[in-house]
Design a protein around this ligand. Structure first.
Ligand code: CP
Length: 326
């Protein structure tokens, strides 16, 4: 599937969603529209001067109730490159610590007339809860085990830029699928754009019923990796695990780690991705993560800024009364 199938001209405001809570509600052409919109911001990001003031006068609040490096910083950079006033709210320093509820926090942000709110929260569904209460666009920066839509969009953009297409590719996602909102959003996004998606994990880290998401399920990584175009590794989310999900990190690496030996089972064109943060030496070895020709990991970070600029731009067009908004 190519960008020619996107029905929207560049700069169009005809995107029918106020919020970006999940990939699940996006049509393939809407995903392609966002990827196409991001192209201009990839180019801007590579210039010495990186400013476009189209969001000047708008206020964006990044409310993060969980830790983040990439998503928080890239949303902040995205908003600032577009000229918005960007404010970050870290839950650890907020009145959440004094017992304020999520809804009261949302109503407080709303009363400050934010023009967009970006939220990361540890509970699945928390972002939709806030979106239902506030008057401005809400962007999901990751909610529990539910979705991380901008991660999936930036991953799709990275793959499309590297391979020239997504339709017809085979992508294996390997690791802690059970706890991964990244896996869920990527499965929805990549299958929607015509990729074949394999998921691979030990049985304890594979969600029940995942076959219903149109994926092929593997427990043997050596089999799952054969013939793929992209290997997407996921972090073991120890912080979400209560009890024994894996025998030991060493055993896990042996069976599910992306090592040089395992990558050698693939074609030299097979590319490596990881959303970060990485557990080097567990799910991925440094010798693979740092491969200049085959690892897209730093490219994913670059695409993250561009995708977040595209999302902020598109979702604030109604507020900015951009011509053509219906
Ligand atoms: N990929 C990702 O969401 O990274 P952060 O947790 O650092 O934002």
């Amino acid at each position: 599937m190519t960008s020619r199938e996107s029905p929207y001209p560049p700069g169009s405001a005809a995107f029918p969603h106020r919020d970006l809570v999940g990939i699940d509600v996006l049509q393939p052409h809407e995903i392609l529209f966002l990827l196409d919109e991001a192209a201009q911001w990839v180019e801007l990001g590579r210039r010495p001067t990186k400013h476009d003031d189209r969001l000047a006068g708008l206020t964006i609040i990044n409310a993060f109730f969980e830790n983040s490096t990439r998503t928080l910083l890239s949303f902040e950079i995205a908003g600032k490159r577009l000229g918005a006033d960007v404010v970050n709210m870290h839950a650890a320093q907020s009145s959440i610590k004094k017992g304020e509820t999520l809804i009261d926090t949302a109503m407080t942000l709303n009363a400050m007339h934010a023009d967009a709110i970006v939220i990361r929260h540890g509970s699945s569904g928390a972002v939709q809860l806030i979106a239902d209460k506030v008057d401005c666009p809400v962007l999901n920066a990751g909610d529990g085990q539910h979705e991380h839509p901008t991660q999936a969009l930036l991953d799709a953009l990275t793959i499309r830029n590297a391979k020239g297409r997504i339709d017809g590719l085979t992508v294996v996602i390997c690791g802690d699928i059970l706890h991964s909102r990244v896996a869920r959003s990527n499965i929805l996004c990549l299958t929607s754009l015509g990729a074949r998606v394999r998921v691979c994990a030990p049985p304890a880290l594979m969600p029940a019923g995942i076959e219903e998401m149109k994926v092929e399920v593997f427990h043997d990584f050596n089999t799952a990796i054969e013939g793929v175009d992209v290997v997407m590794m996921l972090r073991l989310q120890m912080e979400r695990m209560e009890g024994e999900f894996i025998p030991s990190p060493r055993e896990y690496r042996h069976l599910y780690g992306l090592t040089e030996e395992r990558l050698a089972r693939t074609s030299p064109d097979t590319l490596v991705m990881h959303p970060g943060p990485m557990n080097r030496g567990i799910e991925i070895d440094s010798t693979v993560a740092d491969l200049v020709d085959r690892s897209l990991i730093t490219r994913q970070v670059e695409m993250g800024v561009a995708i977040r600029m595209a999302c902020l731009d598109v979702l604030t067009r109604r507020t900015r009364k951009v011509e053509g908004w219906q």
